[in-house]
Design a protein around this ligand. Structure first.
Ligand SMILES: Cc1ncc(COP(=O)(O)O)c(C=O)c1O
Length: 408
């Protein structure tokens, strides 16, 4: 997304005025649109959609997912407990912690949540503790993909999942403890625009699935990408239909079990485009070769540019018709990797202007830190009819200090 509707523009400026900056703003309408798009394309399949809450676990985001009938991919005890408290039924939550501890295993199992196990030793430990149970295993089919090497989660250098070559060992452990493998799972990476590679990975799991006789679901993960740059195309949904949905339907049609369903668990596809990070330009500084626009936010609030070199479109909301000039749009954190955009054309930025960093609804707030002892941003929710609600205030300096002094 590189443009806003006039209504979104107006609402964002009103949020900045009411709640100050830095502030994440989420538009409910965009999330619902994305969910409905995916549901429409997958409509002919026996389907369950989970939401990978690591992308954005803000309460109204979670409540929207619940209302839309989604389940949850949870990867830590706190994610799991929070999802249950929000109201997700236990049988719609899958617990996919990697390098799971005994304590985490008991935590999830004790609450009736199914484990998604990515290590043979954990499967063994689970079998010993809970013989005769149902379980899901995460396979690594050795095909990975993603927008950056740090987000590729399959392949022979990836820590995730049990290599598909070890299927016999899975069967042996399952037989030893009378475990029923009811689900197979994979997640090959994030920000995938290449449906061919995604299908290649899915087909490895489908092939492996033939030796699992009691499967109730095959979870093909998340990873669906979105366009961040103006010159990028959205995920090609017609190729998604042709290369993924139709072959999945054919697989299901000829599968002997009537009860088998296909699960997807996106994060980014549902939430990335709903979020805008608002920041205020505090300083405009002419360097010798660059003009720096320094803001009151930074890499502590949106780490994707620093971590992956990710592109996020930056708009000057206060001066949208200003003459375009070239800037490094930077934060207030003491790191040189602290930037939102480098060498970027933006409508003239003046001190006091409000900028919007777009497509920041996934892996933005959920990856926020308080580095340099600066508070997390505030969060504002804008529901489908345009009313806004502050869902998380920024912490004051006093609160930050009291937290350190354990007086909070
Ligand atoms: C197991 C698992 N499932 C789903 C996702 C969601 O990925 P995405 O946001 O790219 O859809 C992730 C992201 O890391 C993941 O680790």
């Amino acid at each position: 997304m590189t443009e806003l509707t006039p209504e979104q523009h107006r609402l964002l400026l009103s949020c900045a005025e009411t709640h100050g900056t830095p502030t994440y703003v989420y538009f409910e309408g965009t999330i619902v649109r994305q969910i409905q798009t995916l549901k429409k394309h997958l409509s002919g399949l026996p389907l369950r959609l989970l939401y990978a809450m690591k992308a954005n676990h803000s309460l109204p985001v979670m409540q929207t997912m619940l209302r839309e009938g989604l389940g949850i991919d949870a990867v830590s005890p706190a994610e799991l407990m929070y999802a249950l408290k929000v109201g997700f039924p236990v049988d719609r939550v899958l617990f996919s912690a990697n390098n799971m501890t005994d304590g985490e295993m008991h935590f999830a199992t004790g609450r009736g949540v199914m484990l998604n196990v990515g290590e043979l030793s954990r499967l063994e430990a689970f079998g010993k503790a809970y013989p005769g149970s149902d379980v899901c295993v995460r396979l690594n089919g050795q095909v990975g993909a993603g927008h950056h090497e740090h987000v590729i989660t399959a392949g022979d250098r990836s820590k995730f999942g049990i290599p598909v070559e070890h299927v016999e060992e899975i069967h042996a452990i399952a037989a030893k403890y009378s475990l029923t493998i009811v689900g197979l799972h994979q997640h090959i990476g994030s920000g995938i625009m290449d449906t061919k590679t995604l299908w290649q990975a899915i087909s490895v799991i489908l092939d492996a699935s033939t030796s699992f006789k009691d499967l109730r679901f095959i979870n093909v993960g998340g990873g669906l990408g979105i366009a961040y740059r103006p010159d990028e195309q959205d995920l090609d949904m017609s190729s998604f239909d042709d290369l993924i949905v139709e072959p999945l339907k054919a697989f299901i049609d000829q599968h002997p079990s009537e009860d088998l369903s296909i699960w997807f668990e996106p994060g980014r596809f549902f939430t990335a485009q709903c979020g805008v990070l608002l920041a205020r330009v505090n300083t405009v500084k002419e360097g010798t070769v660059r003009t720096f626009a320094g803001t009151d936010s930074g890499m502590n609030h949106l780490v994707r540019p620093a971590m992956y070199g990710s592109y996020h479109h930056v708009l000057n909301l206060s001066n949208p018709d200003g003459k375009h000039k070239t800037y490094d749009v930077v934060g207030n954190i003491c790191e040189s990797s602290d930037f939102f955009a480098k060498d970027r054309q933006v409508a003239e930025l003046r001190e006091g202007d409000i900028i919007g960093v777009l497509d920041a609804g996934a892996y933005g707030m959920s990856m926020t830190t308080t580095y340099n002892m600066r508070s997390e941003p505030a969060e504002v929710w804008i529901d489908a009819d345009g009313s806004q609600c502050l869902v998380r205030p920024r912490r004051t300096v006093e609160e930050m200090v009291a937290h350190e002094m354990r007086q909070a």
